[in-house]
Ligand binder design. Sequence first.
Ligand code: HEC
Length: 167
Amino acid sequence: MNPAYKRLTIAGLFLLIALVVVEMFAYDVIKISWVSFMEIQPAFQPMYHPLPVPTDAIPVEGVAFSLDLGVPPNPISADQTSLQRGNELFQINCVVCHGTGGRGDGPIASKLLNKPFDLTSFPIHSITDGGIFFVISTGVPGKMPALNENLTVRERWDVVNYVRTLK
Ligand code: HEC
């Protein structure tokens, strides 16, 4: 055999072996626990229950709200600006389920196992503003998603003020 071919074959063989070894790592035939894989660490998915506030954390949106501290009073007065904002945010975030008039007849309502609440009817009047605020923030497990990541604290109060005007 031509010596050049012989060398080429040997080099090729070495390359092949190197490739096989690399692939063994790539396909976890040989497992090494690398420092971390971002995708398999514990994570809080969007619209899941909000992350608990770490102790000593400083809230950037003003007072942090926690059910342990009781239901907060509504700090935002229901003026023209607040209601207008609340209306817009309601159209964006709530209408799909609760419907434009808040009657629980949004476009996807009929597809849901748990029917969205009629926001114009009796029980809503017995929930305080702070209660509605918490429903928007934390959702209702298995029924309504937490919207704390979609709406800032101020925006949530605006929506609360708007929901109050639905009769
Ligand atoms: C994915 C659909 C969905 C979206 C979006 C949604 N909701 Fe709901 N909501 C529901 C369902 C379903 C219920 C009924 C929960 C139950 O049966 O207790 C509910 C219940 C409620 C209740 C009553 C909670 C209670 O005490 O039972 C309020 C208040 C409310 N929603 C407000 C809102 C507001 C305000 C928004 C927008 C910021 C919103 N929801 C967005 C599905 C939704």
